[in-house]
Design a protein around this ligand. Sequence first.
Ligand code: PEP
Ligand code: MG
Length: 381
Amino acid sequence: MLGVSGADVTQLDGEELIVDGYYGQVYRSPSPSLRQEFLTLIREEQEFDRELEALCDMPAKTIDDHTISLCVNAGLSRDIGNALSVGAEGVGLYRTEVPFMTKDRFPSEEEQRLIYRRLLHTFWPRPVVMRTLDIGGDKVLPYFQIKEDNPFLGWRGMRVTLDHPEILLVQLRAMMQASVGLDNLSIMFPMITTVAEVEEAMRLLKQAHEETLAEGFKIQPPKIGVMIEVPSAVYQAQILAKKVDFLSVGSNDLIQYLLAVDRNNSRVANLYDSLHPAVLRTLMQVVAGAHREGKKIGLCGEMSGDPAAVILLLAMGFDALSMNPNRLPRMKWVIRQFTIKRARQLLNEVLEMDDSVEIRGHMELALEEAGMGGLIRAGRW
Ligand code: PEP
Ligand code: MG
């Protein structure tokens, strides 16, 4: 159970439980009336999901014609089927470490090429953004152990692959070989903290591209992106944007580094807050940096599946949001019910507030008033 520490789950053996994920509550051995109430709410949610299927082929466009692109995060193969059924415009984040985690050694270039090819082919002609291997921190490979006292501030993401260019080059070549004839590949670098890291990664990418061409593969150079996941990258967003084709905010990490809250530590989970005023101002700064260079900017953390946050991200000017496939229909519905004018008004209002509880309350009230209370609690209404 997430965020529950010290609970003896064996004591719950055989008991009926209701988990209300909206309020973060668990009911043990519920009374028949409570049970009935939740069954009704579940039925309403299922009906709502079926209604939302009608939006599958419609754009994520506000009433006053402001469009944002909605993509999915993928890693496991089941994400891929789900992504297509919810009408995603592409894959905004493919976590390449997932197939690495299910092996007992580094997958070979050919093994990787086949995995990437399947994904690119399935989504073609839609774009697929593949992130280079992002290990370290909480993501460990059983055959490449990293022991550190402070792993989130240690050897993770791009730091590992720049120290092991042989791993990165194999991966980049496999991605490019996989894109032959499809050309819907973009590549993104995680955990960037300096411009020099991007320059070195681009140098290796150029090398991999030249090697791939020399082997006879005919491929266009892929679009390149940088993830904005640490505060230093926020302050250098514009110069980073100048070096690449697009930026993508990894809000899961950015929030943890900005607020100094471990994203996986339940003891401080109440401090991990995507609507913290500092987070909102940070995101606005990144959008401004990317747009000053005329580059696109997306966000691919969990925040993009939170209806209260989505309205604010829309207002800030994000060009794309990438999320868990099962969140996409609801987020598209929210966007289609709002005007960009109202979203900007709400953003201006919350920027006057200095407390995230107040901000969330304000956004939830706005959702209620727009007839979308069903997005913030179980059931349809
Ligand atoms: C993020 O940090 O927001 C992100 C999308 O990457 P991950 O969750 O895989 O670290
Ligand atoms: Mg991350």
